[in-house]
Design a protein around this ligand. Structure first.
Ligand code: BMA
Length: 874
C-alpha cells in the first residue's frame, strides 16, 4: 500500500504556503467481515468497483448480476491504508465523502463516525500521528443492515414505505439512511447499495489557519441599480492572527480588507460593491454566459499567503407566483434578469450506480447533449446525489439552469434528533458548495413527498395524518428551508415537487391536491391513455415531470446480455424492467398507432421492438411537450400559462428500459433527436381540434421582430410530389408567446387537395419569413394513425457513406423508392450522433451527417449502419 502519501497536492480551493496537504487517495487494502475477501482498492472508490477491477466479480450490470452480487452489500467491509507524515501543527483528516455508515480509526483510536454520504467529514487527529507508519482504517457497515436496524429501532410509528415494489428487486428502508435513495433500486435502476470511500481523503496539517470554504454570491441592489458580490470565507483558525485580504475581479473591481481572526471556526463576510456595468449571464438561447474571475489573496501578518479564484456571474432569478387575469390560482414562472423564461429541459438522475466510475467525459457528453437539444434547464432529481462540482461548472458555462432538489424522494422520513442533525449539516454544506453557481436557480426540498402525504400513497389513517404532516413540516420547512434561507437569500425555495407553491404553504405545507394545475408545478404520467389525445394532458403552469418509457438500443443492451435474452418475453427483458407492467404499457401505447413488429427473424424482431418503443416515446413526448409550449400564453377554462417543461428523464443509470432520452453510454434515443426540434427557440406545432387543423407559432424570443407565415404541404404515402401546398396569411410572431397562424377544417383541406384522404396523406409545415426564409424546423402531423395509413409501400432505403472532409464527420446519402416515416439510422457502437434522426423522408434522396466522438472511417460506418423505417418492421 504505498500510494502517494507524500505527493503534495492541493485539492482545496486555496493554495497556501503554510498549509500542508497530503493526499491519501490511491491504493488501499479492502477486507470483508470474515476476511475471506482481501483485495486492493482504489480510493476514491467503492467495494463493487474494487472487486470488479481485481477480477473478483465480473460486470455488475451484466444480465442478472445485480441479484448475484447482492451479498456484497449485505457484508461489512474495512478499508485500510498506512502512511507517514512529517508536518507539525494542527492535523485534520478530511473525508470528502464516505458511503455511508462508517467508523474511522487512526492507529487503533476511533477518530469519528460517518452516517451521511452527502457530507464532508473533518476529523481532528492532532497528537495521534506518528512519524512513521500511521494506520488509517475505515470500517463500513452494510447500508442495508443499518437501514433495517434504524427502521426497527423506530418503534413509535412506522415510516413508510418499508420496501420498494417487488418488480424493482430492491432493498428496504432506504429512507432511514442518508444515501442516494435510488441505490436501493428504483423504477429505472438496479439495487446496488454501494459501500466505499467515494470521494477524496486527505490530511491537512497547519499552524495558523486553513480555509474551509469560500463562496461568492452576486446580489442585485435594485435601489442603486448596481451589484454587490458577497464573499464569504470559512476558516479553521489555530492562533489569533491578522491579515490583509485582496479581492479583485479584473476590469471590474478590486478592494482590500483587514481581517483579524480568533482561534476556532469562523466565518467572515465581505461585500464588493461593483460600480461598473456588468455583462449579464443568460440561460442558453437567451444570451451569453459571461463568467468573471474573482481572485482572492490573503496575506497573513506573519508572511504566509493564501490564494484562490472562483468564477462569478451576474444574474437575478425570481419565481413569480401572482394572480393571472381570468384564471383562478397563481402563475408559476421564472424570471431571469427580469425577463420571463420558459424552462425547456429534462430531469437528471445519477449517471452511474457506482459514482466513483463517473468520468468527466460522461458528464460532459450528457450536458453537451442537453444543450444540443436546445435545453436550457435540468432538474437534479431528489432521489440521487448532489452532483459533483464539474457538473455545475459546465452548466454555468453552457447556460443550463439547475432546479436543485434536496435528496429525499417518494417516501416519508424519520425526524429523530440524529437524523435531523445530519441532514442539517448536509444541507449547510451543500448550499455553501453550490450557491456560487449561477446555473443553480432554485432549491427544492424533496421529490413527491408532499404528494405522497396528500394522495395518501402509504395508507395512513386520518388519525395519524397530523403526525406525518408535523414530521414533514419539521424536516423540510423548519429545518431545510430555514437553513437554506439563512445561507442563501438569492434563490427561490420550494418545499417539494410537485407542489402548489405559496398555496401549499397556505394549506399548511401539504396542499389537498399538489397536482392542481392552477398552482405550482405538476408531475403527470398516463401510460395506457392514447398520448395522441392532447386534450387529456393537464394544462399545468409548469410540467416538471412527464414521460414515457422506451428500451435502449440493441448495441447498448448487447453489452450486458446474450442471444437467449434478445426477446421481449425473455427473463432478461422482464428482469431489467423495474416499472410494474412497463413492457406491456410500451407495447399497448405503441399498438394504438403502429403495427407491432412481426418479422420472422427473432433478433430482427427484438431490434424492431426496441425501435417501435423509441418511436412511441418520441412521438408521445413530442405531442405532450408541444402542447405545453403552445399553452404558454393561453388560458383555457382557467388553465394555462405553462412556463416550463422538464420531461422525465434525460439520462440512464444502466442499460435498461426507462423514460430517458439518452442511453447509458451517451447514445441518443429517437426522443433526444426530436427534442432538438420540439425545443427549438421558434416552434411550429399543429393539432387537430374539433375537425380543424390548427398551426401555432411558439416563440421564446423576447422581441416581436418577425413576420411569419405557415407553409403547409400535403404528401401522399405513395409519391414524393406534394399533393398540394398552402400558405397562411402573414402574422407577427408574438414574442414569448404562442400565436395561432393557421386554422382550417380538415375536411375542406382534403377536398381542396383533391387526391388526399386522412389515411393516404401526411401534412408537413413550417414557419417562413415573407421572403421565404425558414424560421422554425420542419414539422409534420398525421391525420390518422400510421397503422391505418393507406398506400404505404416498403421504401427500400439504400445508402452510401462518405467522409465529409471535416474531422470525424461523415455524410450518409440515403435513397428510397417511396416516402418513409420514422427513418432511423443506428451505427451500433460507434459513438457520436447524427444531425437528424427518426425523420420523415419525403424525397427519394436525403443526406444526413454523422459526427463521431472517436476516429472512425466511412467503411466502419457502412459496416455498422442499420436503417429502419416504420414500414420495415412488419
Ligand atoms: C417520478 C419520478 C421518479 C420516477 C418517475 C417514473 O415520479 O420522481 O420517482 O422514476 O416518476 O416513474
Amino acid at each position: 500500500m504505498n500510494h502517494a502519501v507524500w505527493s503534495f497536492a492541493c485539492f482545496c480551493l486555496f493554495e497556501a504556503v503554510s498549509l500542508e496537504i497530503f493526499s491519501l487517495d490511491g491504493e488501499w487494502k479492502l477486507l470483508n467481515s470474515n476476511s475471506s475477501v482481501s483485495v486492493s482498492a482504489e480510493v476514491p472508490g467503492c467495494v463493487h468497483t474494487a472487486l470488479q477491477r481485481q477480477g473478483f466479480i465480473s460486470d455488475p450490470y451484466y444480465r442478472f448480476n445485480d441479484l448475484n452480487y447482492r451479498w456484497i452489500s449485505l457484508d461489512n467491509w474495512t478499508y485500510t491504508t498506512s502512511f507517514s507524515v512529517r508536518g507539525k501543527g494542527k492535523a485534520v483528516l478530511v473525508f470528502e465523502g464516505v458511503d455511508t455508515i462508517s467508523t474511522v480509526s487512526l492507529n487503533g483510536v476511533i477518530i469519528g463516525k460517518t452516517d451521511n454520504m452527502f457530507r464532508r467529514y473533518d476529523f481532528e487527529v492532532t497528537g495521534l500521528l506518528k512519524d512513521q507508519e500511521n494506520v488509517l482504517q475505515v470500517w463500513i457497515m452494510s447500508a442495508v443492515t443499518y437501514a433495517s436496524q434504524r427502521s426497527r429501532a423506530h418503534t413509535e410509528y412506522r415510516v413508510p414505505p418499508d420496501c420498494p415494489p417487488p418488480v424493482q428487486k430492491g432493498e428496504c428502508h432506504v429512507n432511514f439512511i442518508r444515501k442516494a435513495q435510488s441505490s436501493f433500486s428504483w423504477d429505472w435502476g438496479p439495487s446496488f447499495p454501494t459501500l466505499g470511500i467515494w470521494k477524496g481523503v486527505r490530511l491537512e496539517v497547519f499552524n495558523t489557519l486553513r480555509v474551509l470554504s469560500f463562496t461568492t454570491v452576486p446580489k442585485y441592489d435594485s435601489g442603486n441599480s448596481s451589484w454587490n458580490v458577497e464573499v464569504e470565507l470559512f476558516f479553521d483558525v489555530v492562533v489569533a492572527s491578522k491579515a490583509l485580504v485582496l479581492m479583485s475581479i479584473p476590469l471590474l473591481h478590486s478592494e482590500e480588507f483587514h481581517l483579524s481572526l480568533t482561534p476556532g471556526q469562523s466565518r467572515k463576510s465581505f461585500v464588493l460593491q461593483i460600480n461598473q456595468s456588468v455583462s449579464l449571464w443568460w440561460p442558453f438561447g437567451h444570451g451569453e454566459q459571461p463568467l468573471y474571475e474573482l481572485e482572492i489573496q490573503i496575506n497573513m501578518e506573519g508572511g504566509e499567503t493564501f490564494n484562490a479564484q472562483r468564477k462569478v456571474a451576474f444574474r437575478t432569478v425570481e419565481l413569480i407566483q401572482e394572480p393571472i387575469p381570468s384564471s383562478p390560482g397563481l402563475s408559476f414562472y421564472f424570471q431571469i434578469n427580469g425577463r420571463p423564461i420558459f424552462l425547456k429541459g429534462s430531469n437528471w438522475i445519477p449517471v452511474h450506480a457506482f459514482q466513483d466510475q463517473v468520468t468527466t467525459d460522461m458528464i460532459t457528453v450528457l450536458l453537451r447533449s442537453a444543450q444540443k437539444a436546445n435545453m436550457n434547464a435540468l432538474r437534479v432529481w431528489g432521489g440521487g446525489v448532489y452532483e459533483q462540482d464539474l457538473f455545475y461548472s459546465l452548466c454555468d458555462m453552457y447556460g443550463i439552469m439547475i432546479w436543485q432538489d434536496f435528496m429525499f424522494a417518494c417516501a416519508l422520513y424519520p425526524t429523530e434528533k440524529n437524523f435531523i442533525q445530519t441532514v442539517r449539516e448536509e444541507v449547510t454544506q451543500q448550499v455553501r458548495r453550490l450557491k456560487s453557481h449561477p446555473s443553480v436557480v432554485i432549491w427544492s426540498g424533496n421529490n413527491e413527498n408532499e404528494a405522497a402525504i396528500a394522495a395518501d400513497w402509504f395508507n395512513i389513517s386520518a388519525a395519524e395524518r397530523p403526525l406525518y404532516v408535523r414530521d414533514y413540516v419539521s424536516l423540510y420547512v423548519e429545518n431545510i428551508r430555514d437553513l437554506v434561507l439563512q445561507e442563501d437569500g438569492t434563490r427561490p425555495f420550494l418545499v417539494s415537487s410537485p407542489t402548489n407553491g405559496v398555496e401549499s404553504e397556505k394549506e399548511g405545507w401539504v396542499a389537498h391536491d399538489p397536482y392542481d394545475p392552477h398552482y405550482g408545478d405538476t408531475h403527470y404520467y398516463s401510460y395506457y391513455n392514447d398520448c395522441w389525445n392532447w386534450t387529456a394532458f393537464p394544462r399545468t403552469r409548469f410540467a416538471s415531470e412527464y414521460g414515457f418509457q422506451s428500451w435502449p438500443s440493441f448495441s447498448t443492451l448487447s453489452k450486458v446480455s446474450v442471444t437467449s435474452d434478445w426477446d421481449f418475453s425473455s427473463n432478461f427483458s422482464s428482469h431489467r424492467q423495474h416499472h410494474e407492467d412497463g413492457n406491456q404499457q410500451m407495447l399497448k401505447q405503441a399498438e394504438l398507432h403502429y403495427i407491432l413488429p412481426n418479422r420472422s427473424d427473432p433478433v430482427q424482431r427484438y431490434r424492431d421492438t426496441i425501435y417501435i418503443t423509441q418511436v412511441m416515446q418520441a412521438q408521445c413526448v413530442k405531442i405532450q411537450t408541444e402542447f405545453y409550449r403552445r399553452s404558454r400564453s393561453d388560458i383555457v377554462e382557467g388553465k394555462g400559462h405553462t412556463m416550463g417543461t422538464l420531461y422525465w428523464q434525460l439520462n440512464d443509470i444502466w442499460q435498461g428500459p426507462s423514460w430517458s432520452s439518452v442511453e447509458f453510454g451517451g447514445k441518443w434515443k429517437m426522443l433526444h433527436y426530436w427534442a432538438t426540434d420540439f425545443y427549438a427557440p421558434v416552434l411550429s406545432a399543429a393539432v387537430e381540434d374539433e375537425g380543424d387543423l390548427l398551426i401555432y407559432a411558439v416563440s421564446d424570443r423576447h422581441s416581436e421582430c418577425h413576420k411569419v407565415k405557415a407553409k403547409v404541404k400535403f404528401y401522399s404515402w405513395s409519391s414524393f410530389d406534394a399533393v398540394c401546398s398552402l400558405e397562411s396569411n402573414v402574422t407577427t410572431l408574438k414574442a414569448g408567446g404562442s400565436t395561432l397562424v393557421f386554422q382550417h377544417p380538415i375536411s375542406a383541406l382534403l377536398e381542396q387537395c383533391g387526391n388526399c384522404t386522412r389515411r393516404s396523406c401526411v401534412v408537413t409545415f413550417h414557419l417562413s419569413s415573407p421572403e421565404g426564409q425558414m424560421i422554425s424546423p420542419l414539422n409534420h402531423i398525421f391525420l390518422s394513425s400510421p397503422r391505418h395509413a393507406e398506400g404505404v409501400q416498403k421504401p427500400d432505403i439504400t445508402f452510401t457513406v462518405k467522409d465529409a472532409g471535416i474531422v470525424q464527420s461523415f455524410v450518409v446519402t440515403l435513397h428510397c423508392s417511396f416516402p418513409a416515416v420514422y427513418v432511423w439510422l443506428d451505427v451500433d457502437d460507434i459513438p457520436g450522433h447524427f444531425n437528424v434522426n427518426g425523420f420523415l423522408m419525403l424525397s427519394n434522396t436525403s443526406t444526413v451527417t454523422f459526427g463521431a466522438w472517436r476516429p472512425t472511417t466511412a467503411e466502419e460506418i457502412t459496416a455498422n449502419l442499420h436503417i429502419t423505417s416504420l414500414r420495415d418492421v412488419y
